[in-house]
Design a protein around this ligand. Sequence first.
Ligand code: THU
Length: 160
Amino acid sequence: MKEISIESKLFIFDNLEALPEQVYKLMLKAVEARKKAYAPYSQFHVGAALLLDNGEIILGNNQENASYPSGLCAERTAIYYAGAQFPEAKILQMAISAGSLKKETTVPIPPCGACRQAIAEYEIKQKTPIEIYFMGHFGKVVKSNSLENLLPLMFNKEAL
Ligand code: THU
């Protein structure tokens, strides 16, 4: 038996204003998208904004359903739209803003496991890393230089 460790490097910004200007603007778009989420059941709103290499910005938010599992997270709403509309474009950055309507969310909210798997698919497809930034309503912003940092030991097409 051998023990191994896996290291993930993340970067923490103290607040939204500490982000580089262009990412700051992208995060504001994610906030805008978050405010339009359809989440009457959880009251938890999430917005995602993607910057593509063709200059397009794609927005997504969570879409819930009375049949709960039929809903979709913000990140996948955005990334599937990008994949559908701009299949040749590379995704450079994803900004995520999330929070509950019931309380102020001051901790960064990372994408769920299913979204990480979905984002991984596009990172592998485009062969270049996607920078990911995530935050709550306020407070610190976490940056990952690549989805890979957020999903060690990911399942990928090599296994098929
Ligand atoms: N949600 C997202 O949109 N993204 C995530 O990464 C985590 C969860 C949504 C799904 C559901 O509408 C609500 O947040 C509560 O789970």
